[in-house]
Design a protein around this ligand. Structure first.
Ligand code: GLN
Length: 497
């Protein structure tokens, strides 16, 4: 077959199942692609060549025996280095976990393996998933395949870059404040934050437990849906896992129809700070939805204005508590000399050396916000804002089926531009954070290129809790219409490497 790295996940699975190609050939093609381009892109922190080929061989053996294969059997995937993988390093982009080899698989990892998905390796990310550019990785930045001098988004920039550079047709991300959707937007790929609790967090190294959510990343909406169905579902090992059937997302992606749907444009997500080309492409996408038969109305969600400050109190508060476990006694790095240093000194020296500046900033912020005397003024207030945001969503979804907005206010910015300005960096997640605070589902998908810089723009679709199928129904209708009119940004106009 011609270039196996250019196929979608659905096409790859079909080619393997029908015997047009073997899973080993598919894995080898992707490993060769990694060899050819990843020195430049730096999407991977660890490539598991042996593991990938062994998993691929197992799929081929199963097929040879006439056993039925799952819908993604033999399809390669890039896994964000925040999920534990038995016997394979898991660093979370941090020096503090350098050298740590987890003794167990995350539930998500286990499900991927059971489905015959071929895990190629672990992808780069902002340290502990804190960031919007992957520049906070302790292992160096990742380049955006559209322009290697620009950021691929964050924190899951390794995963989005792997997709956009054809190193993998599928990837996994985690979205605490936007880290699946924002990287998808700036690389012209598809990323979904499922409803909170839909995908198990067991074995996901915690940043902010009430917000963290794993989800699918792909180059097409259908591929994301296929992956969604593999990873979602109840898990007794995660106390916040939802015990209900997974919405029929693959069926919805195949349906792809918005006729008669009511779609709300979030009024608050426009104006100052939004790049003109992003707003232009967004307006065109809304026009397209109208042409496809949706009824479009404007919706105001006034509390969304406070989402960013509330998030930057809640997420660091939870992080300050979650990251207390990195004490030099349990995992990874250990600095200091037991003969001359006390246990407290070893902990302090290890944390000083092992955590980067953004992680330290968050731990300090969170510790302060939770301290007695300040708790009510900061953490308590932020939790009230969280309730107001949830109420805004509830009111909106009384009137419309889904909401839409740009995913990010700007296209990919140059590496280094916001590195020393945390506030500017935080603004990248302006439109994504409300859904994390409320726990509902949201997707980003490509909506063309900004005229001023030729870089991808993301359209965000937001659905109510446990109505993840609506994302796929609307998303695949938009994708089909876009592709028919302008061509798919990635499938037909490959970024040069
Ligand atoms: N950029 C946001 C942050 O730094 C979101 C990160 C994420 O979703 N993991 O907290």
């Amino acid at each position: 077959m011609s270039d196996l790295t250019r196929l979608t996940a659905a096409e790859t699975a079909e080619a393997v199942a029908s015997g047009k190609t073997s899973a080993v050939e598919v894995a080898e093609a992707h490993l060769a692609r990694i060899d050819a381009v990843d020195e430049k892109v730096h999407a991977f922190l660890h490539v598991d060549r042996e593991g990938a080929l062994t998993a691929a061989r197992a799929v081929d053996d199963k097929r040879a025996k006439g056993e039925t294969l799952g819908p993604l059997a033999g399809v390669p995937l890039a896994l964000k280095d925040v999920f534990t993988t038995r016997g394979i390093p898991t660093t979370v982009g941090s020096k503090i976990l350098e050298g740590w080899i987890p003794p167990y698989d995350a539930t998500l990892t286990r499900r991927l393996k059971e489905a015959g998905v071929v895990i190629l390796g672990k992808t780069n990310m902002d340290e502990f998933a804190m960031g919007s550019s992957t520049e906070n990785s302790a292992y160096g930045p990742t380049g955006n395949p559209w322009d290697l001098t620009r950021i691929p988004g964050g924190s899951g920039g390794g995963s989005s870059a792997a997709l956009a550079s054809y190193q993998a047709p599928l990837a996994i991300g985690t979205d605490t404040g936007g880290s699946i959707r924002q990287p998808a937007a700036v690389t012209g790929t598809v990323g979904v934050k499922p409803t909170y609790g839909a995908v198990s967090r067991y074995g996901l190294v915690a940043f902010s437990s009430s917000l963290d959510q794993g989800g699918p990343c792909a180059r097409t909406v259908l591929d994301a849906a296929l992956l969604h169905e593999v990873i979602a579902g109840h898990d007794a090992l995660d106390s916040t896992s939802i015990d209900a059937p997974v919405p029929a997302v693959v069926e919805a992606a195949k349906l792809g129809n918005v006729k008669g749907m009511r779609i709300g444009v979030v009024k608050e997500f426009s104006g100052e700070g939004y790049q003109p080309g992003v707003e232009q492409r967004f307006r065109e996408a809304v026009e397209l939805l109208r042409e496809l038969g949706a009824e479009v109305v404007e919706i105001s969600c006034p509390s969304f204005t406070y989402a960013l400050p509330a998030y930057y109190l809640i997420a660091p508060s939870e992080a300050s508590s979650n990251l207390a476990r990195f004490d030099a006694m349990r995992y990874g790095l250990r600095v200091g000399d037991d003969a001359t240093h006390s246990a407290e000194e070893v902990t302090a020296l290890t944390r000083a050396a092992g955590f980067g500046p953004e992680v330290k900033r968050r731990i300090m912020l969170g510790t302060y916000a939770l301290s007695s005397g300040y708790y009510d003024a900061y953490y308590g207030q932020a939790q009230k804002v969280r309730t107001l945001i949830t109420q805004d969503f509830a009111r909106a979804f009384d009137q419309v089926d889904v909401l839409v907005s740009p995913t990010t206010p700007t296209t990919a910015f140059p590496i280094g531009e916001r590195a020393d300005d945390p506030m500017a960096m935080y603004l990248a997640d302006l439109c994504t954070i409300p859904s994390n605070l409320a726990g509902n589902a949201a997707m980003s998908l490509p909506c063309g290129l900004a005229p001023e810089d030729g870089l991808p723009v993301g359209l965000q679709i937001i659905a109510p809790t446990m109505a993840d199928d609506r994302l796929y129904r609307v998303g695949s209708a938009v994708e089909a219409a876009f592709t028919a009119r302008w061509g798919h940004p990635l499938l037909e106009e490959a970024p040069s490497l």
